[in-house]
Design a protein around this ligand. Sequence first.
Ligand SMILES: *[C@@H]1O[C@H](CO)[C@@H](O)[C@H](O)[C@H]1NC(C)=O
Ligand SMILES: *[C@@H]1O[C@H](CO)[C@@H](O)[C@H](O)[C@H]1NC(C)=O
Ligand SMILES: *[C@@H]1O[C@H](CO)[C@@H](O)[C@H](O)[C@H]1NC(C)=O
Ligand SMILES: *[C@@H]1O[C@H](CO)[C@@H](O)[C@H](O)[C@H]1NC(C)=O
Ligand SMILES: *[C@@H]1O[C@H](CO)[C@@H](O)[C@H](O)[C@H]1NC(C)=O
Ligand SMILES: *[C@@H]1O[C@H](CO)[C@@H](O)[C@H](O)[C@H]1NC(C)=O
Length: 344
Amino acid sequence: MTNVLSAVVLSSIFCSVFTARPEIVDDILPEVKKQGQTAYLNCSVINLQSPAQVQWIKLTTSSGDPKHISSNETVLIDEVVEGQRKYDLVKYGSNDSDIYQLIVRSLTETDAGNYTCQIYLPNQNSTEWPRDIVVVAPNITWRRGDGFPLPNGGFQQRGGTYDINQIQATDRGQFICIADNNVKPPASFTVQLGVRFAPYCTPVQDTVGQAQNLRFHAKLGVLGSRAEVIWYKENKATPEKEQIQDNDKYKLEQQDDQRLKADEKWYTLEIKNVQGNDYGDYYCTGKNELGENQAQFQLFETMECQGQNCPSVAGKAPSTYQVSMVTFMIGLIISFSINKCLQR
Ligand SMILES: *[C@@H]1O[C@H](CO)[C@@H](O)[C@H](O)[C@H]1NC(C)=O
Ligand SMILES: *[C@@H]1O[C@H](CO)[C@@H](O)[C@H](O)[C@H]1NC(C)=O
Ligand SMILES: *[C@@H]1O[C@H](CO)[C@@H](O)[C@H](O)[C@H]1NC(C)=O
Ligand SMILES: *[C@@H]1O[C@H](CO)[C@@H](O)[C@H](O)[C@H]1NC(C)=O
Ligand SMILES: *[C@@H]1O[C@H](CO)[C@@H](O)[C@H](O)[C@H]1NC(C)=O
Ligand SMILES: *[C@@H]1O[C@H](CO)[C@@H](O)[C@H](O)[C@H]1NC(C)=O
């Protein structure tokens, strides 16, 4: 009885030793050395016995054929890059596990992809061959310099290229790409995207009131891309648009502001000493080689002084420039010279 039992136990031990399946142990962590950009991929296998074979395979595209790089210690691709073999295989043995190290030299973008280490078992269904996949690709992410969402949505996008569909004026600005392949520090590169577009104008407040008073001023403001900006007033009698010049009556200004994009400016028209014939329609036209756009304003008469700097509330800061910086809008801003108001 005991003999039978031990025979059974023995034979099962014998069997299990004989049929011990080859296995891939440990995850494959790509080691990419910056110097010469060489990748080392370790595939650790145990229980490898004839006729099993350790193979390194690269999946080029999801549809394309797999590229067989190596079989056991033999490299199957005879490629030489910069005087060195593109691929090499070095076998390290330690106790019962063997490391089949694939070396990929002179890495370029085309080397990015999925590398599979598999154990070919001639008599078994290929779906049961032990496999491990490692992805060799620098981790490249894109984001915007100003922290706003990317044109196609989201704040970050992976991949070496970033395509922008149907580019718009609001897409312009800095894009930063960060490549991280675990070699510290990650490399980053900034791309300045310029977009050429016809200036456009959207009034935030297209009508504004002011009392008739020689000491009051009205100011019309435009936030726009750098362009040739011309102001007009409609002549009520003709009615023709007459170009406004910088003179005793009108003050034309343009200003930079650090809150604006590099190609944006503030354009303002100040109407000094508001009188009866100042009421009416005003136009601001922005023009460049790609087109032109205009915004219309209306200045109308009120009983009381309008704006934050009127005598009763004098001292408050003018409420200029409260216009969205993201879109290019045109605002109609009333402001008064504090000095003039206080002189009353
Ligand atoms: C790969 O194996 C070699 C030899 O054992 C070892 O020196 C190296 O550190 C291993 N690399 C990784 C990423 O495990
Ligand atoms: C790979 O190695 C195994 C065992 O080490 C051996 O049985 C097999 O024949 C080898 N294959 C090739 C192609 O050398
Ligand atoms: C590579 O592997 C990743 C995940 O591991 C997968 O999403 C991707 O489709 C694979 N690419 C190819 C070409 O097989
Ligand atoms: C090999 O195996 C022995 C006994 O299991 C162990 O003491 C030793 O550290 C192992 N060596 C390596 C390199 O893993
Ligand atoms: C291999 O296994 C898969 C799933 O287990 C099965 O669909 C397929 O028919 C098998 N192929 C062969 C040749 O046995
Ligand atoms: C890639 O980089 C992003 C952002 O830095 C990070 O969240 C992600 O975990 C990284 N992925 C890998 C595989 O390193």
